[in-house]
Design a protein around this ligand. Structure first.
Ligand code: ZN
Length: 272
């Protein structure tokens, strides 16, 4: 069993070190919080907001749940957003997903974990929005990684559609909504380029970000089918050498390797 005294001792040590570095820190914290950021992230213990952004207590207002969802009927999340915008006057709402998200994986697998399955239905709705693209990806990890991004992008749209954000933008409040994704394997946060403000065309920003995500993760365009390799070759004149792709030829899906840019043949292996 974990010795909880370790946590308390560690806390005392942290408080002492923090005071030594900045004797006014706790007095300032005691007066008020003035964060500029609202972080909406996953409950995953590997993604601590202040630590991965190098900020201090008091600088990020946080809401976390399984798979960083913003659900229109979730009064908990909506109340956090409302308080952050109306009272704290945050300037940035950051939806931060992460690769390797267990919630996204469970939704993708359709595996049963109890009550949480109902929560994860919202991610399965996201899968439904991208079904054509997803069904073209043979590799599970590719689908998982892409779905982690799609999920963030969809939550950015959900935030932009809340009445609270709509009212803030209509009265001219300085507020941006962003979609980010954190890599557990390297500690790097990447911007999914879906930043919205009061002047944004929400749907075109969402579509643009989704298209970038499609092309980052897929070897072929969604819905693409090719009758033979020469058609694919002609449609992609800039294919680099030794490019590996997966595509449909005739009625069957093939795993293809182009060995030489100047040659028009390839190795084609039926994938199933
Ligand atoms: Zn997660």
């Amino acid at each position: 069993m974990t010795n909880l005294n370790q946590l308390l001792e560690s806390n005392r040590r942290w408080a002492k070190e923090t005071y030594a570095a900045d004797p006014d820190f706790f007095e300032k914290s005691n007066l008020m919080q003035t964060p500029k950021y609202l972080w909406i992230g996953c409950s995953d213990s590997r993604v601590p907001a202040t630590q991965v952004t190098g900020l201090k207590p008091g600088e990020i207002f946080e809401h976390r749940n399984v798979a960083n969802l913003v659900v229109h009927s979730d009064l908990n999340c909506l109340s956090v957003i409302q308080y952050a915008i109306d009272v704290l006057q945050v300037e940035h709402i950051l939806v931060v997903g992460h690769y390797g998200c267990g919630g996204v994986c469970a939704a993708l697998e359709g595996s049963a974990h109890g009550l949480v399955d109902n929560w994860l239905r919202h991610i399965q709705d996201v899968i439904g929005h991208h079904e054509a693209w997803m069904s073209n990806q043979m590799d599970f990890n590719t689908r998982w990684k892409a779905l982690c991004e799609f999920n963030v992008i969809e939550q950015v749209r959900n935030i932009a559609r809340t009445t609270v954000v709509g009212h803030a933008w209509r009265r001219g409040q300085n507020l941006q909504v962003h979609g980010w994704i954190y890599g557990i394997n390297d500690g790097i946060i990447n911007d999914l380029n879906v930043t919205l403000d009061g002047r944004s065309n929400i749907e075109s920003a969402i579509s643009s970000s989704i298209e970038k995500s499609y092309s980052r993760h897929a070897c072929i365009q969604p819905y693409a089918r090719y009758d033979d390799w020469s058609n694919y070759y002609m449609s992609k004149p800039n294919l680099s050498q030794n490019r590996h792709i997966v595509c449909d030829i005739g009625a069957r899906r093939h795993s293809l390797t182009q060995q030489n840019r100047s040659q028009s043949f390839l190795h084609a292996t039926p994938a199933y």
